[in-house]
Design a protein around this ligand. Structure first.
Ligand code: GLA
Length: 712
């Protein structure tokens, strides 16, 4: 039997066809499934069998005597010479799986349409299932499941999913980074061979690429054809872009398994995390729109994002009831709606050397528990959030003194080297898992906690082959807590942006984007993190006048404008504010509250400006009746005033009023000379003109920003 399938959704098509079955023993089976096309939508009545004929390569000299097409699984035994889709062995008698005959089952559900492909090789003892879904957002999700159908154990090597992209995508973009400098872009030509990004941190990593994108030359946020993939997993993982000598162009990835990390007993299975693929004909903004839609659908937010005050950079470990209630009052005075008590509240935690693991309130500091603080916070009109780091322990903790065997380690003779003076709790141990789950549930049962900031402040080093199970246990813990307390919102933090991926975003409500809240750094970090993460889930805080991580000094206006189009927070000791500063900050909070419904539903657009000093971030209402843009100068401009700022995403046929909406304050002007920015009523232009011609700004000082409001 020959099978074909053409899935099409939201302007994207995914087309598969089978090659003739070789040696099939039943009629329902077909040969190797090939992804013929992932990209722009094709007509629904496209003749796929004919497309397959048009895309079957010739047989060159010095090659197999049959046309060679890469199947959904890159099989070395079928002559594919790129990165193998599957590897593994058994002792003794290892035979590589050769998957010749497949069954196809198509399905559709609320999430989209898909096909499940299954094949087995009884000689090798492998059954392989490949699931390909085209979601309602037009994303491809690809997962592979391996089952050991043989007699002995199967030691799994790697399981890689990969999707083909068009050969005209000759440029690559990916992200790297480090603590306080997450998501730094790098781009270059896509040459023959592999561009491989491996992450071995035991968590996603500050350097995780989030997306690996390939596009037509010069692609940007608003132009060019782009294909991008993401590995939806919070542990070790690999992402690669590969061009083979046979002409295949592939974006792939999967979990990065350590030697012997997954050993399948007879009958046991391994399911890969999803490789998620996003295609857009109109640049990276289009790629992000689909991904943001996925996050919003998978983990819907039920209420507007409360503006929060976080205690960390305001007080660090200096906790006392009088000081913190005063902070809560000052937070209420600027309009904050949530008070988050960061690190330092639990038993023995006077600094970062002790206490992790002992998740009960420190009675020396809080004789009546957290009740008096929370009651005060509630009276001030805010809800309450709490910092936790459930997967970690300090050796100096009652937990480790009582259960030294619960520390994750790769060798009996020594503990792993410490990192921020801490070790990792071995969540594979049922007692350890139950202990931390019960401790968290007890906290949530006792206190009215609306929000947990869930941290993870070290890499997993010298822990043996534990990352796979540790990551699965982390997900299980989040899932159990969600069942027990469905209304509690959770933030994914890992020393800032060290755990940001679709695996965790399916289970949490926002990410702590970075430990730096320096506005210049944040302009860049948020711009690139938003490739994957919708703006309303990016924790973005207004820090103090001098950034703690860089020493740079910025105005309230620049700090607040930089946080405005995120999940706004304040991480500044607001007890110390002068009245004028307080009024200015309160103005920014009100502006955020005004625009946040649009922020949570709108489409993100990021301007492609020729001058790297200019960073434009916009959000456009779904019906394009309204939009907000923040124009930030991260450096001095090359020209006297910046070249005109185009405002993308508007309806070309409609007329809009553009006005400066920057709240007044301290040094809010930030520009030299005169400008239309001072014209309170604004000016009218079509969406076409604003998208093509843009608006001219005055000479803007470095490290300043303006907010533009556009309304039909
Ligand atoms: C990590 C987080 C910070 C803060 C500290 C507390 O570094 O990223 O925001 O919560 O831990 O120890």
């Amino acid at each position: 039997m020959r099978a074909v399938i053409h899935l099409t959704r939201a302007g994207v098509s995914l087309v598969l066809a089978s090659l003739p079955a070789a040696g099939a023993d039943d009629d329902s089976a077909s040969g190797l499934p090939v992804v013929l096309h992932w990209g722009a939508a094709l007509p629904p009545d496209e003749d796929v069998a004919s497309l397959l004929a048009l895309h079957t390569p010739g047989v060159p000299f010095s090659a197999l005597d049959r046309p060679r097409l890469r199947g959904v699984v890159g099989e070395t035994v079928s002559g594919f010479t790129g990165t193998p889709g599957l590897s593994g062995h058994r002792v003794p008698g290892s035979v590589a799986p050769r998957l010749r005959s497949w069954t196809w089952t198509s399905y559709d559900d609320d999430a989209g349409d898909g096909v499940r492909l299954v094949s087995r090789d009884d000689e090798a003892g492998w059954e392989v299932g490949v699931d390909l879904r085209l979601t309602v957002e037009g994303l491809v999700e690809m997962r592979t499941t391996v089952t050991n159908t043989g007699a002995g154990e199967l030691v799994l090597g790697q399981v890689r999913n990969a999707l083909p992209v068009a050969a005209r995508a000759t440029e690559l973009l990916d992200l790297t980074g480090r603590w306080t400098r997450e998501r730094a872009p790098q781009r270059g030509p896509w040459r023959v061979g592999s561009h491989l990004r491996e992450a071995r941190h035991g968590r996603t990593g500050h350097d995780a690429t989030l997306l690996l994108a390939a596009g037509t030359p010069g692609f940007g946020f608003g132009h060019g054809e782009v294909w991008a993939t993401h590995v939806a997993w919070s542990g070790d993982h690999a992402a690669y872009a590969e061009r083979t000598v046979a002409g295949e162009c592939l974006l792939g990835g999967g979990e990065l398994l350590a030697e012997g990390e997954v050993v399948l007993a007879p009958g046991a299975s391994y399911a890969s995390p999803a490789l998620v693929g996003s295609y857009a004909a109109d640049g990276l903004d289009g790629v992000s729109t689909r991904l943001h839609g996925w996050v919003r659908r998978t983990r819907p937010l039920t209420r507007p994002r409360p503006v929060l005050v976080n205690t960390w950079e305001a007080t660090y470990f200096d906790h006392d009831l009088a000081g913190l209630t005063a902070l809560a009052d000052a937070a209420a005075a600027v309009g904050a709606e949530r008070f988050v008590l960061d690190d330092g509240w639990f038993r023995g935690r006077r600094d970062d050397r002790a206490g992790l693991g002992d998740w009960t309130v420190d009675r020396d500091v809080w004789p009546q528990g957290l009740h008096p603080l929370i009651e005060h916070v509630h009276r001030a009109g805010l809800d309450f959030g709490l910092w936790v780091e459930p997967e970690m322990v300090n050796v100096d903790s009652d937990l480790v003194r009582e259960h030294p065997g619960w520390v994750l380690r790769g060798r009996p003779s020594a503990l792993p080297d410490e990192w921020r003076h801490q070790q990792v709790l071995d969540l594979r141990h049922p007692g350890a898992y139950a202990h931390v789950r019960d401790a968290l549930v007890a906290l949530l049962d006792e206190y009215p906690i609306a929000f947990l900031k869930w941290d993870h402040n070290r890499d997993l080093v010298d822990v043996g082959a534990a990352v796979h199970e540790q990551t699965a246990a982390f997900y299980a813990l989040l899932d159990e807590l969600h069942l027990a307390h469905p209304d509690v919102e959770i933030e994914s933090c890992a020393s800032g942006g060290g755990r940001i991926d679709l695996g965790v975003l399916a289970r949490t409500d926002r990410v702590w984007t970075s430990d730096t809240i320096d506005a210049v750094e944040r302009q860049r970090i948020q711009r690139w993190t938003s490739l994957l993460v919708p703006l309303e889930r990016l924790g973005a805080h207004v820090g103090g006048p001098v950034a703690h991580t860089t020493g740079r000094r910025h105005t309230v206006a620049f700090r607040a404008a930089t946080a405005l189009l995120g999940h706004l927070g304040i991480e500044w000791d607001v007890r110390t504010l002068e009245p004028a500063q307080r009024d200015e900050l309160a103005g920014w909070v009100r502006l955020h509250q005004q625009l946040r419904p649009l922020l949570a539903s709108g489409r993100l657009v990021r301007g492609d400006h020729p001058d790297p000093a200019v960073v434009t971030t916009g959000v456009v209402a779904p019906d394009r009746s309204e939009a907000w843009y923040v124009v930030a100068m991260v450096d001095s401009t090359l020209t006297e005033g910046p070249a005109p700022i185009t405002l993308p995403g508007l309806d070309p046929a409609r007329r809009y009023v553009v006005r400066d909406a920057t709240p007044p304050g301290e040094q809010a002007t930030g520009f030299i000379g005169t400008s239309w920015l001072g014209d309170a009523a604004g000016h009218t232009a079509s969406g076409a003109a604003l998208g093509a011609l843009g608006v001219r700004m005055p000479v803007l000082l470095p490290e300043t920003a303006r907010v533009l409001h556009v309304r039909a």
